[in-house]
Design a protein around this ligand. Structure first.
Ligand SMILES: Nc1nc2c(c(=O)[nH]1)N[C@H]1C(S)=C(S)[C@@H](COP(=O)(O)O)O[C@H]1N2
Ligand SMILES: [Mo]
Length: 253
């Protein structure tokens, strides 16, 4: 048995056993030791969320992929949730085809950067046909075109102290991913949808696409990506605005 399997077994047995038998405090210690407590859950009170996050992180390979579909399976209707910001800034940027827009990348990186849309489009383009599910109960399959977030992270050089990637949007939404999801092969910064430029409704000029989590993690209208070692001092300290609305930081599916 490899070390990995032994460790996995230890963690899962420890978590499940501790939660069921010896009490949540022990499970919390086990989970915390292995970095398995999500940022919106202060220990035992968020045990349900912790178990969901920890189980996925322990049982599923970091490289496990969301299902990809054939072009013939692309949905005819692509619903919208979250309209573009009705701000002067967004309208000005949009009217000028986002020529003045920049994606700032900062925080725990070797080379902080500010990329124009053209610069992002000149990076290696990848496409994925994946399913996006909204927490409200609807979903669709679409083809997304963009650059893997990992490419941008490697370009700026992520510090080994970084643990989370925080993304900020022009409508004041923000969210974050842990590094396994940030570097995941299907986590993209997308500027195209079903063969066209992404529309404002779907997140122009650039949106995150996180195939293994619910739709609300796929943040639209991006403006900034920031690498941090802790989420405690970012916004509400819970890693995302979603917990303020009753949704968990980790939305794995
Ligand atoms: N910036 C921003 N990103 C966002 C939202 C939003 O309101 N603002 N809504 C989220 C939700 S709840 C979902 S389900 C998806 C919907 O993506 P779509 O409008 O392209 O279908 O975007 C997500 N990204
Ligand atoms: Mo959603």
């Amino acid at each position: 048995m490899s070390n990995l399997v032994t460790r996995r077994k230890l963690i899962t047995t420890g978590l499940a056993g501790a939660a069921g038998l010896a009490g949540l405090a022990v499970a919390e210690r086990v989970a915390d030791r292995y970095g398995l407590i999500p940022p919106d859950c202060g220990g035992i009170w968020g045990m349900g969320e912790t178990l969901n996050y920890a189980t996925q992180r322990v049982l599923m390979s970091y490289h496990s992929m969301a299902r990809e579909f054939a072009r013939s399976e692309i949905s005819k209707v692509v619903p919208v949730s979250g309209r573009p910001p009705k701000t002067e800034l967004y309208e000005r940027l949009s009217n000028d085809s986002f020529k003045d827009w920049r994606l700032k990348v900062d925080g725990l990186v070797a080379h902080p950067a500010s990329f124009s849309l053209d610069e992002i489009k000149s990076m290696p383009m990848r496409s994925q046909i994946t399913h996006q599910a909204c927490e409200e109960g609807w979903s669709f399959i679409a083809e997304w075109h963009g650059v893997p977030l990992s490419h941008v992270l490697n370009t700026v050089g992520v510090s080994n102290r970084a643990r989370y990637v925080v993304v900020y949007a022009l409508d004041d939404t923000w969210d974050s991913l842990d590094l396994p999801d940030a570097y995941h092969a299907q986590t993209f910064l997308t500027y195209g949808l079903n063969g066209d430029e992404i529309s404002n409704d779907h997140g122009a000029p650039l949106r995150l696409r996180v195939a293994r989590q619910l739709g609300y993690k796929s943040v639209k209208f991006l403006s900034r990506v920031s690498l941090v070692d802790s989420l405690k001092n970012v916004g509400n300290g819970k890693g995302s605005i979603s917990p303020d609305f009753g949704y968990s930081w980790y939305a794995g599916i």
